[in-house]
Design a binder for this molecule. Sequence first.
Ligand SMILES: [Zn+2]
Length: 268
Amino acid sequence: MGVETFITICIYTMAAILGLCVGSFLNVVIYRLPRGMSLFRPGSHCPTCGYTIKWYDLIPVLAYILLGGRCRICRGKISSRYMLVEIANCLLWVLSVWVFWQQSPIYALAAAIISSVLICLFFVDLEHMIILNRFSITVAVAGVAVMLVDNTTVWYDHIIGMVAGLVVFMALYYGSIAVLHQEGMGLGDVKYAAAAGLALGWQRFILAMLVASVLAAVVMIVSNRVQKADKRTEHPFGPFLALGTLVALFAGDVVIDWYIGFLFSQLI
Ligand SMILES: [Zn+2]
């Protein structure tokens, strides 16, 4: 085995293990941040019986499987979301290395951070209907790093993306107040859209919005069929924005290249 292969294996292994551990921490963020609780004190405890969870019961995924998704003391059920978040973060961190490490390790790190924030944004908005400013700020900061190292776009593509996100979502926000006399989305969505536009650049941002809109439309049609017409529940848009951003971040260049190639093949 060559030195290079060995180093590559080490990098992927590190990304997977760190991804699992950070995923475990994201569960704390998802539960505590929207409730205004401290992230570090007190230590994790069982929501049913209050038992302070020992370090060996916090080992990502493994502890969950060994305990059968239940508290060691009271056998109360622990949401499968905990394991889901850990696995999702692990996979996205490995994906970040796979897609971006060659271009720049900084790009890989920024993509990993954005992925983790998006996992939190997804679950917090789903449950609390709010996109926290901290999530958008972190995406924006990582977005500046992406802007500096991304060699498939020019720096001002990212500035245009930010302005586009701000303008389009401001228009949607005030438009729905003027026309429907209600908030179609929150200001949190507007701030997030600007941050996502900055991180992605306008080309990938368009793709992200397309994916988010199509997913939202499909889910709304399906859920309105299932529920009675007079009992429509409100859907937060954030989870769709998060999924759209992930698709555009990791597959954006491939999809855009394919689409441009497709357009040219039609012209000739
Ligand atoms: Zn318990």
